[in-house]
Design a protein around this ligand. Structure first.
Ligand code: MG
Length: 210
């Protein structure tokens, strides 16, 4: 029985077609290349070789490449105004409000990003908690400690909380601890994903009736 809903933020509560997260990815690539003093192509390669051991680029850069200035990193990849191209979809707000379960957000981004996005999407007042990356001690999904920390705060077991994210590895991380997880795959990028997968957040309803 699902008694809490836990949502990712980016490309989950708004459409990936806005390209906002893609732009974040480009800024991460630029920052990493500049920080390491290598080309962007080399930065991509080096990240690809190591990111599987971490939840986020920041964790990798801190653990292996000596990065300590977290605020500078976040200012570079989440500049003010990053949300400009985003527009609210009132249907999403109405849909979320129509679901009786309480709702929270778990994001690998910092709070300043989460707040900008939620305000721009006009989704204020819907979520009981916004668990951001600093709250999680800079540890990101899909590490299991992250999920357990959230569950403990919500006072729920993994089976009671339905988690929705657009990253297969993050959903898998939650399934691995016994949780209920659904992949939101708006663009049908993960057709070989072996577990529950939806194309739109509005399909969630069928998992909540029973
Ligand atoms: Mg996402």
């Amino acid at each position: 029985m699902v008694s809490y809903l836990l949502f990712d933020l980016d490309n989950t509560l708004y459409s990936s077609s806005f390209g906002l997260e893609k732009a974040v990815g480009e800024r991460i690539r630029k920052f990493t290349a500049q920080y390491l003093g290598i080309s962007e192509a080399e930065a991509v390669q080096r990240r690809q070789a190591r990111i599987a051991f971490y939840g986020t680029t920041l964790e990798w850069l801190m653990a292996e490449e000596g990065l300590t200035d977290v605020d500078t990193y976040y200012r570079a990849i989440h500049p003010a105004g990053e949300e400009e191209g985003l527009y609210p979809d009132p249907k999403v707000r109405d849909f979320l409000l129509s679901l009786k379960q309480p709702k929270a957000i778990l994001t690998n981004s910092p709070m300043e990003h989460a707040e900008r996005i939620i305000n721009k999407l006009e989704l204020q007042g819907i979520f009981t908690h916004i668990f951001d990356i600093r709250w999680n001690g800079l540890q990101g999904k899909p590490q299991k400690e992250v999920f357990f920390r959230v569950l403990k705060t919500l006072g729920k077991s993994p089976q009671e909380v339905l988690f929705v994210d657009d990253y297969p590895s993050y959903v898998q991380g939650y399934l691995d601890i016994g949780g209920q997880g659904i992949l939101l795959d708006e663009e049908n990028l993960h057709q070989d994903y072996p577990h529950e997968r939806i194309n739109s957040i509005f399909e969630l309803k069928k998992y909540l009736e029973a």
